[in-house]
Design a binder for this molecule. Sequence first.
Ligand SMILES: C[S@@+](CC[C@H](N)C(=O)[O-])C[C@H]1O[C@@H](n2cnc3c(N)ncnc32)[C@H](O)[C@@H]1O
Length: 186
Amino acid sequence: MRSLLQTLTLSSVYKRLAGIFRQYLTDEAALRVLDLGCGKRGNFAGFSGYIGLDRLRYPPKTEGKFISADVCDIPCPDQSFDAIVSTSLFHHLDLEQADQVVREMSRVLKSDGRIIIADGVFPESGLNVFGHLLRHLDRGRYVRGREDFRRLFRQWFQLETDIFFTQGIYAYSVLVMGKLRDNESI
Ligand SMILES: C[S@@+](CC[C@H](N)C(=O)[O-])C[C@H]1O[C@@H](n2cnc3c(N)ncnc32)[C@H](O)[C@@H]1O
C-alpha cells in the first residue's frame, strides 16, 4: 500500500516536472537535449533531439539516443547541446562530483543554451516530518536543502527561474538557468 502510494505520488511529481520542462524548452522539435543521469524511465525522451546519459550499461526502453558514461566526464564536444536537463541526479553526487558535473555542463552547453535541473530537497516546513524522514532515508547520500542545491550552480550558471513545490510529502526544487560565461573565458 505504501509503495503504491509512493508510486502514485512520484508519477504525479514527474508529470508536473515534465510540464515545467516543456514550458521552458519551447522550441522542442529543434533542440538537442542532454538528460544527465537519465535512469531507466527515459522521462523526457519525447524531445526529438534527446540524448540520455547515465552510468547504466543499458539504455532506457524508450526512443532517443543513449550514452553510457559518468556524468563527471561527458564524452561530447564543447557547446554541443541547446539544453541540458536532469532529474533526481544531484543528491547522488558529493560536492566535488557536483562541481565537476556543473563545469562539464557549462562546457557542453551552447552559449545561449539553458539548463533545467530538478531534484528532491529537504522540505522547507519542519512540520513535514515524513518528507524529512524520506530524504534522510534516500539512497542518494547527498540530499541538500534548497539553498545548498541552488549554490551548486552559481559559479557557472545564472538563475532565471526558481520553482519549489511539495507534492504529497515530496519536496522538489526546479532551477531554470542560463550560461553565465563560456569556459574558456576564465
Ligand atoms: C534517482 S535516479 C534518477 C533517474 C532519472 N533521472 C529519473 O528521474 O527517473 C539517479 C540516476 O543517476 C545515475 N547516476 C548517479 N551517479 C552517476 C554518475 N556519476 N554518472 C552517471 N550516472 C549517474 C544513476 O545511475 C541513476 O540512474
